[in-house]
Ligand binder design. Structure first.
Ligand code: UDP
Length: 236
């Protein structure tokens, strides 16, 4: 069994084609890809979902809000996204569990590592909500941290802005930027490449946890990444 943690940004659940915070057809597309990859077998999957489509702590902090309070709002946003994703994945016939880092008994299970592992072993897609439950982080860091905790072999970071991996420079700014098939953590840090938050990058480096960055929205790509194919860029 391959155990992986997939990091989905909240914005990946939205769509330029609609004004909705959560676009049903986009979520359905992601859920279908996930359910298909699970059906193929050999995969245990946990998803860490972000909340940037609803709220980012930094936004409130910049406007003068208390940072910790604003981050709590962001974490609650991830719970909303987790429930949307849960519903969509289950509509494709795959059992799921949402586990929240913030206690909310009526909404989601509390995060308990051993229980999360048991769900994974039983073939349930585990959706980690509320990040790590601590302010001053984004969901990139809990994606890395939970992956280490449940002993996943890799963190898959899906992108949704049309960038299909890690580039030497921002390809939207410099069209001559080249995409790496593979790059080291040291190079990502030295070049200050925006793969994930630096806290998550250094965490993955310290814990020998590779990251694969790939385009989430290209048809079949998420399925290929989940199945272990070499799409996008591998950071190791
Ligand atoms: N957040 C937090 N602690 C965590 C995870 C998330 O405080 O462990 C808050 C933070 O304010 C963040 C927001 O939740 O901005 C939404 O998560 P994120 O920005 O990572 O969403 P994404 O960009 O992945 O959609």
């Amino acid at each position: 069994m391959r155990r992986v943690v997939l990091k989905l940004s909240g914005e990946a659940l939205a769509s330029a084609a609609s004004d909705e915070t959560i676009d049903a057809s986009t979520v359905d597309f992601l859920a279908r890809e996930i359910a298909r990859a699970m059906e193929a077998g050999g995969l245990e999957l946990a998803v860490v979902v972000g909340g940037g489509n609803i709220w980012r702590g930094a936004t409130g902090a910049m406007a003068g809000m208390n940072r910790a309070n604003s981050d709590l709002m962001g974490m609650l946003g991830t719970v909303i996204n987790a429930l949307a994703l849960q519903d969509a994945i289950e509509s494709h016939g795959r059992a799921t569990r949402v586990m929240s880092a913030i206690g909310m008994d009526q909404v989601a299970e509390p995060y308990i590592r051993r229980r999360a592992v048991r769900h994974l072993e039983k073939g349930r897609v585990v959706i980690f909500a509320a990040g790590m439950g601590n302010p001053y982080f984004t969901t990139d860091t809990p994606a890395a941290q939970r992956a280490a905790e449940v002993e996943a072999e890799i963190v898959l970071k899906g992108t949704h802005g049309g960038v299909d991996g890690v580039y030497s420079e921002d390809p939207h700014v410099n069209p001559d930027a080249v995409r790496f098939d593979e790059i080291s953590f040291d190079d990502v840090i030295a070049r200050n490449l925006r793969v994930m938050d630096m806290t998550a990058i250094t965490f993955c480096q310290d814990n020998q946890l590779p990251i694969r960055v790939f385009d989430l929205m290209a048809e079949g790509n998420l399925g290929r990444a989940l199945a272990g194919h070499a799409v996008g860029t591998l950071v190791k």
